[in-house]
Design a protein around this ligand. Sequence first.
Ligand code: SF4
Length: 366
Amino acid sequence: MSNLAKLLNKIYSAETPDLKDLEQVLFLTQRGQLDELFSFADKVRKEFCGDGVLLRGIIEFSNFCSQECFYCGLNKSNHKLKRYRMSKNELIEAVNYLAFCNIKTLVLQSGQEDNLDALWLKDIILEIKSKFNIAITLSVGEKSLDEYRIWKQAGADRYLLKIETFDKKLYESIHQGMSFEKRIKCLDDLRSLGYQVGSGIIIGLPGQTLKTIAGDIAFFKKMDFDMIGIGPFIPHENTKFSKGKPGDVDLTLKTIALTRLVAKNPHIPATTALGSMDKDYRVDGLKCGANVLMPNFTPQPYRKFYEIYPGKRCVDEPVGNCNFCMDGMAKNIGRFIDYSIGDSLKFRDGSRDKGKLSPLVGTVLL
Ligand code: SF4
């Protein structure tokens, strides 16, 4: 067994990963070594999640935002962005088409809008749940426990709240006026209400180091998230980080792979950001630990206005085309699109399953 194989097995088997071990792997640059890491992560993905690629259809229903995140084009100071909020009828029509395309998970996403009417969203959740057999994931930012409860009771199943970094100092330096403790409390509140909870990070944020990323990966394990999104930073001209360098693709892929090794069975998307770099790297993401793709069902003309970062993939694509494209991506690497509802893999027999180690570790995985 090579030294790298021993190190990867150690990380895979550890109850709490050693940060120095994670940093050592994040530091790798040799192609052969990266391939060894990606291949290990791919085997862990196969063991815990199978070969199916789940689809999460996203509808970005509003781009209003009251926050000032330094990396995001929706920040409230970006007055060049045309703002929109879809009407209830437009939204239900878009969901109708998503369900027609056989998508079983809807992600309803918006900026973090202080004025979002919780009862308006509740009515939409109720109507969707009464008409369609789909899971609803909400992604509308930090809200009160009461608002989270209203939506959960209306039928929302899952919630995405990306933290972008678990380094408190870095978090608060790039999220003006926001508190790290509040973010963690929101994640705890969501879990306490019974949501399947997702979070995630951005790779390449100005001020981030390999040590920061190693800490993030360890935190993923500690928080036991149901879903984890990891995408590269892409600078947007109307943000405080307009002059930042784009995130490194290999570093993003290494982070996905290590997250799979450490956290075992969360759903991990090959993010749209990964598909929006100099070329589309989503297949690379699927080959190093990811098991989810996120087709965009935001109707035209709104789609181009949800500009978190520039050059977002498929902005001009007709709604619904993504299915064919993603089907091809999966087949090309010997996988298939899994059209099931794709609930968290962390619930088995009514209790949380943190992902049991393969008894064959060390023999089959390497
Ligand atoms: S990351 Fe979210 S909260 Fe921050 S500016 Fe963008 S949309 Fe608003």
